[in-house]
Design a protein around this ligand. Structure first.
Ligand code: ADP
Length: 312
C-alpha cells in the first residue's frame, strides 16, 4: 500500500516537573501530527521522514516510532549527529518558557535519505506527503530547493501535498525569506492548514478574509484556516464550512493543539470523511489534547478517547 509520509524534525523534549527534575520525551510539530494521524486511523501506513543519530537518545526516538506504529524506513541515521533538544519550564504563574538546542540537529540532513534506493522508492510512491514551515526552515537553502523540487515531482505523480506554515521566526534568516518559501509551499499544496496567528506575524494579515485570499490566490484547493478557540473555517472548492472549537473546561496545556487538529483532520479525511466531519473530529481531538499535559497524550488515556470518538 502506498505510504502517507510526514516530514520534519522530532526533538528530545525535557519538561520541568520540579526543581532540577525533568521528564524526557520526544516531540515536534510534524512528529505530533504523525502520531495522532496513525493513532486515529490505524489503517493507514504512515512513515516519518527525518534524520537521527546512532546514540541511545536517537535509538529511543526510533523505538518511539515503532511503539506508535510509524514506519521508520525514512529515518536517516548519522554517526556524528543527534536529535535537537528543548526544555520547557513553567513559572509559578503557570507561564511556560521554551529553550531550544537544535541548530545542528541531525534532522537538518534529512534529505540525505534520498541517496538510499529503498527510501527513495517509498518517497516516490507516496500517496500523501505532509510537511510544515518548520520542516522547510531547518533545511539549508540548497536542500530546501531540492526538497521543493522533490515535492513538485511527487505532486505531478498524483501525490497529495499537505502543508502547515507553522511560522517560527527564529528559524528563518529573515521574514522575507520565510514568506517566499511559505508561498512556494502553498503553491504546491492540495490541502493547507494556515493559522491566523501565523499569518498575522508572517504577512501582517489582520483577519481570516485576508488569510483566505492570500492562500486561495496561491491555488490551494482545500484551505483549513485555524483560529485557536474561535475554531476553523474551511474553503474547499466552492464550499465554505465553519466549525467551532469545543469548549474545554480546564485548559491544561495548549502545546500541540494545532498538530493534533491536523492529525485528526487528516485521519478522518483520508478515511473518506468530508471536510466538515473531519474538522469536527480534529477539533474534538485538539480539545482532548489541550486538556492533558504535554504534546502527546499517553496511549492508554487516548485509547478511551478513541473508543468514544470514531472517525467513521
Ligand atoms: P495552530 O497553533 O496550529 O494555529 P490553533 O491554535 O488554531 O492551531 O488550534 C487548532 C485547533 O485546536 C483549533 O481550531 C481548535 O479546534 C483547537 N483549540 C485551540 N485552542 C483551543 C481552546 N483554547 N479551546 C478549545 N479548542 C482549542
Amino acid at each position: 500500500m502506498a505510504m502517507h509520509i510526514v516530514v520534519g524534525e522530532c526533538m528530545v523534549e525535557m519538561s520541568g516537573r520540579a526543581e532540577h527534575l525533568y521528564y524526557q520525551t520526544y516531540a515536534g510539530d510534524t512528529y505530533n501530527t504523525a502520531v495522532y494521524l496513525k493513532r486515529c486511523n490505524p489503517n493507514l501506513d504512515v512513515a516519518y521522514w527525518t534524520a537521527a543519530g546512532t546514540d541511545p537518545l536517537s535509538q529511543g526516538f526510533l523505538d518511539s516510532l515503532v511503539q506508535e506504529q510509524l514506519d521508520p524506513s525514512l529515518v536517516l541515521r548519522q554517526k556524528d549527529k543527534t536529535l535537537g533538544l528543548y526544555l520547557i519550564n513553567t513559572d509559578c504563574k503557570g507561564e511556560r518558557s521554551f529553550a531550544y538546542w537544535r541548530s545542528d540537529s541531525a534532522a537538518r540532513q534529512l534529505l540525505g535519505v534520498l541517496h538510499e534506493q529503498t527510501a527513495r522508492n517509498i518517497v516516490d510512491q507516496a500517496s500523501s506527503l505532509f510537511f510544515s514551515g518548520i520542516s522547510l526552515a531547518i533545511l539549508s537553502d540548497d536542500n530546501r530547493k531540492q526538497f521543493l523540487q522533490k515535492v513538485t515531482e511527487l505532486k505531478e505523480r498524483g501525490c497529495r501535498i499537505i502543508f502547515d506554515p507553522n511560522y517560527r521566526p527564529k528559524l528563518w534568516q529573515s521574514v522575507e525569506h520565510a514568506r517566499d518559501y511559505t508561498d512556494k509551499a502553498y503553491q504546491l499544496a492540495t490541502i493547507a492548514f494556515p493559522g491566523c496567528d501565523d499569518h498575522k506575524t508572517l504577512y501582517g494579515q489582520a483577519d481570516l478574509d485576508a488569510v483566505k485570499h492570500h492562500v486561495q490566490a496561491l491555488g490551494v484547493e482545500e484551505i483549513v484556516i485555524k483560529n485557536g478557540e474561535h475554531g476553523v473555517q474551511i474553503f474547499s472548492g466552492s464550499q465554505h464550512y465553519i466549525e467551532p472549537a469545543y469548549v474545554v473546561k480546564q485548559v491544561v496545556d495548549t502545546t500541540a493543539a494545532g498538530d493534533a487538529f491536523n492529525g485528526g483532520y487528516l485521519a478522518a479525511r483520508l478515511a473518506g470523511q468530508n471536510e466538515q466531519r473531519s474538522a469536527r473530529f480534529g477539533a474534538k481531538l485538539a480539545a482532548f489534547v489541550i486538556g492533558h499535559r504535554g504534546a502527546i497524550v499517553e496511549k492508554a488515556t487516548m485509547a478511551d478517547f478513541l473508543t468514544l470518538n470514531r472517525i467513521v
